[in-house]
Design a protein around this ligand. Structure first.
Ligand SMILES: [Zn+2]
Length: 241
């Protein structure tokens, strides 16, 4: 029996690994470059996709799974689900999970709420839909345009072991039900490569969520809007997508 709101935010050391995750894709012209970088570096990852995008780009979904990476659910679209009527959430998440499993042809186990916004009704709805909430412990703020070195500052020595790193292979827009302004200017494939290289410098292997949990136990944290203190990055314009 886990505590209400308990979500996976990392893995327990002493396992020498880090977990890489990408939200808001798949995005043609972006996801491919990230897959190439991960292949070059021998790293695994979990892609928390939007159904609005997965439907439009089934071939990219297949490329992700063919490369050995994991597909998970970020949302039917990019609305903030803590704002919708709670009674609609169990059906919405169950239908989203079912459709994504049909599209990608494999089990979908993990759910990451949009904007990291999770309240009690949403957490329970995910559980009812057979999903476990997976948030993160490191965010590189790649939803902002920053000097390149700033993206890497959170993955310096000491922070990475056992962490779940939040990155993005897209930027949700009006077609995803989002209204978050202009996308940032950055080379997402390069950032993915640099994060993996930082992990390698620290003798860490890089996995997606499921593979990481073969080698380590999950680290749980109660992650609810009702009780959670904001991460440092959330002071920078808005919460991580
Ligand atoms: Zn997002």
């Amino acid at each position: 029996m886990i505590a209400e709101g308990a979500s996976i935010v990392g893995t327990l050391t002493p396992c020498d690994l880090a977990v890489l995750t990408f939200d808001d894709g798949p995005t043609p012209g972006v996801t491919e470059g990230i897959l190439d970088a991960l292949s070059d570096e021998g790293a695994g990852a979990t892609f928390f996709v939007l159904l609005t995008r997965a439907r439009r780009t089934p071939e990219l979904l297949k490329r992700i799974t063919d490369a050995g990476h994991e597909i998970a659910l970020h949302g039917h679209d990019h609305r903030r689900l803590t704002n919708v009527p709670p009674a609609s959430l169990p059906r919405l998440l169950k239908d989203s999970r079912d459709e994504l499993e049909q599209l990608c042809g494999s089990d979908v186990r993990w759910y990451r709420p949009t904007y990291g916004a999770q309240n009690r009704p949403l957490w329970h709805a995910a559980r009812t839909a057979g999903l476990t909430s997976v948030l993160w412990s490191i965010e590189c703020c790649d939803w902002l345009t920053l000097p390149p070195d700033d993206y890497l500052a959170p993955v310096q020595e000491g922070s990475l072991p056992g962490s779940i790193v939040l990155l993005h292979d897209g930027f949700a827009d009006a077609l995803d039900g989002a209204d978050d302004g202009s996308p940032p200017t950055l080379d997402r494939a390069r950032l993915a490569r640099e994060v993996v290289q930082k992990a390698r410098e620290q003798s860490l292997r890089v996995f997606g969520v499921a593979d990481a949990l073969i080698h380590s136990e999950p680290r749980w944290q109660v992650w609810l809007d009702e009780v959670r203190a904001p991460l440092a990055g959330e002071n920078r314009l808005r919460a991580g997508q």
